[in-house]
Design a protein around this ligand. Structure first.
Ligand SMILES: [Cu+2]
Length: 335
């Protein structure tokens, strides 16, 4: 395989030398009006091809996009994405036209004479101010959205959950009655205490370690992240939230789930995407898939990185309270 690669590189170098010597021979040739005419039309043809590809990609790639945000804070991510997408889309549509149409319009002609045009202060002012203001507004909205999920006031009284990453699994712990997580440290890892909770800490007694996440709809949840070994990244795509899990420090984000898992399964976008996925799974002879929220690792952290996930179920508050009360506290589990 490697030999093939070296042969490919040798051939590529050979071809480029050959092309360079060919270009050298063209130095003495000057384009005729007929050449310019032809090249100008090629530019127009390329413009049409570019537009066709853009429209095709917009339609064909839409199936791999995520459904609407399932958290209240995530709506702003979708807004930012849509505004940026349309802004860039429209500007680039117009810019491509100007580039290729003018290439055609001002194609070389023996009778034309180039005009010397130094600068225009008015034009400079316009094309500096408009992008600057637009970018400041977009970044301002982005920073606001970032603060919205990063900083949570105590008065908001969020449910506190710790998510602990290691090669290659997630563990999670609810803060319990006192809504206060007991201290965690890698030195305390022993037996079923896989998150290294310091059991001499009073606030650790009522903490509850779980194998999957249950979240109540409409209540703010604050996630605290730790990592045991390498960089991982806690990614909850449907809630539009992601944060690095860094060994030696605690990171966080918060959001409010907007739809229960059951409601999301009824969402027309989700139904269409699920059907698409199941068509592929059926062709591969695999079992059908049903929509679930997921926590995934979004940092290439090692060989089984792809397998690092945890199911998240969003339910009504009443059901959440019932589920949580059924979970054992760490003190009970470790005894
Ligand atoms: Cu990972």
């Amino acid at each position: 395989m490697l030999a093939l690669f070296y042969i490919f590189i040798a051939v590529a170098i050979g071809v480029s030398f050959w092309q360079i010597t060919r270009i050298m021979n063209f130095r003495g040739i000057i384009a005729t009006d007929e050449d310019n005419e032809k090249q100008g039309k090629y530019a127009l043809g390329f413009l049409a091809f570019l537009y066709a590809m853009m429209i095709y990609c917009l339609i064909a790639m839409n199936v791999i996009m995520l459904p609407e945000a399932a958290s209240i804070e995530g709506e702003h991510d979708d807004n930012l994405f849509n505004i940026t997408f349309w802004l860039i889309g429209i500007v680039q549509f117009g810019m491509q036209f100007l580039i290729f149409f003018f290439t055609y319009k001002y194609r070389g002609n023996k009778n034309n004479k180039a005009l010397f045009y130094a600068d225009s202060h008015k034009l400079e002012l316009i094309w500096t101010t408009i992008p600057a203001v637009t970018i400041v507004l977009l970044i301002g909205y982005g920073l606001w959205a970032w603060n919205n999920i990063m900083y949570v006031g105590d008065d908001e009284n969020p449910i506190v959950i710790e998510v602990y990453s290691q090669q290659f699994r997630w563990d999670a712990r609810y803060a319990g009655e006192d809504n206060q997580l007991g201290l965690g440290n890698v030195n305390f890892i022993k037996g079923i205490n896989t998150m290294g909770v310091d059991m001499s800490d009073p606030s650790a007694q009522d903490d509850k370690q779980v194998t999957e996440l249950y979240l109540p709809k409409g209540k703010k949840v604050l996630f605290k992240f730790r990592s045991q070994d390498v960089l991982h990244s806690a990614y909850m795509p449907h809630f539009r939230a992601q944060m690095n899990c860094v060994p030696g420090m605690v990171t966080q984000f918060a959001f409010t789930p907007k739809y229960t898992t059951a409601e999301m399964r009824q969402n027309s976008e989700v139904i269409a995407k699920t059907e698409g996925i199941n068509k592929i799974r059926k062709a591969n002879g695999e079992d059908p898939y049903e929509f679930d929220y997921l926590l995934l690792c979004n940092k290439i952290c090692g060989a089984s990185h792809y397998n690092m996930q945890m199911k998240i179920t969003v339910v009504e508050e009443e059901e959440y309270n019932k589920w949580l009360s059924e979970q054992k506290t760490l003190a009970q589990a470790i005894k």
